[in-house]
Design a protein around this ligand. Structure first.
Ligand SMILES: [Zn+2]
Length: 307
């Protein structure tokens, strides 16, 4: 649960909820939770995010039904009458409880995404992990996402095809699993998969180095710590990785020491770091291919103009 919940706007709340994993409670601290949910359900602010159906970034708009608009107007009219002493009391609808949000893609309006929420206390994971006493301490006014389609993974994987040239099948599989784990609230497991991707990039660079130098064994590498291994392979690794050897320390902390909540805070950054590593590899593959193509064309041109 976020202690920052009190200060965020309705728009920030909407964007946070779109990115929220299933079954993670999001605290509605501060003002009347029913009123916060009302503002959320009537909010029409647009925001940019990836559309899994377009396969590219788009501007999403929340769809507010006529029925909800009518309910809000009824409340407003009732409040106005009440303030003039013409009514026993203003009508107040219950906006919290179970409800859905639908957003529509700005490129193709039949591309919609649906989210389902409930207003509740502790999440199912908390119920497994917390004692009865601790459960009682949890704030009962939380929003929990109980369903969404397309899945959070579909949104988070974004333009994964952009990295195809920089990822082996196994690396892609583990990157997807790391993202999937985070989408389901398992952030330590997510660190495990991201660390495996990191390690496999390092081992590929070692194999390339050994092959280039006709080495069958490399004891210096085998004895070295991971940061020293990165230094040894500096010239053969993706730029982001050789510039940030401490990335491995954070991944390892996530695997061995950090709590789920601490990992949750770090996982978006770790995923972006792995994406940058893959992006560096894609750039390298494309540049190498372009150099080979132009070299070939140059050789053909020289052949054509031989005297
Ligand atoms: Zn779309």
């Amino acid at each position: 649960m976020s202690s920052e919940a009190q200060s965020i706007s309705t728009h920030q709340l909407l964007v946070a909820l779109v990115e929220l994993p299933l079954y993670q409670p999001h605290e509605l601290a501060g003002a009347d939770p029913n009123d916060q949910v009302k503002r959320l359900r009537l909010h029409k602010g647009k925001f940019d995010a990836y559309c899994p159906k377009c396969g590219k970034s788009t501007t999403w708009s929340p769809i507010v039904s006529n029925e909800l608009e009518a309910r809000a107007k009824q409340e407003q009219a009732s409040a106005a009458l009440s303030s003039h002493g013409n009514s026993a009391g203003p009508i107040r609808h219950f906006w919290a409880g179970d409800f859905g949000l639908r957003i529509s893609c700005g490129r193709v309006n039949v591309h919609v995404a649906d989210f389902h929420f409930t207003t509740t206390g502790p999440s199912p994971r908390d119920r497994l992990e917390f004692s009865k006493g601790a459960l009682a301490q949890l704030d009962p006014t939380c929003l929990v996402k109980i369903g969404q389609w397309p899945s959070l993974t579909d949104f988070q994987l974004g333009n994964l095809s952009n990295f195809d040239e920089g990822m082996s099948r196994q690396q892609r599989k583990e990157f997807v699993r790391g993202t999937n784990c985070a989408a389901h609230g398992f952030f330590v497991a997510s660190c495990v998969y991201f660390r495996r991707v990191f390690e496999s990039v390092l081992l590929e660079a070692r194999a390339e180095y050994m092959s280039r130098h006709n080495l069958e064994q490399w004891p210096e590498f085998d004895r070295a710590r991971t940061d020293e291994r990165i230094a040894l392979l500096r010239e053969h690794l993706p730029k982001f990785m050789s510039e940030h050897p401490h990335l491995y320390s954070v991944l390892s902390l996530g695997v061995h020491e950090l709590t789920e909540d601490q990992c949750q805070r770090e996982v978006p950054m770790l995923r972006s770091a792995i994406e940058l590593i893959m992006q560096d590899r894609v750039t390298e593959v494309r540049q190498r291919r372009q150099r080979e193509q132009v070299s070939k064309l140059l050789a053909q041109a020289i052949d054509r103009h031989k005297t």
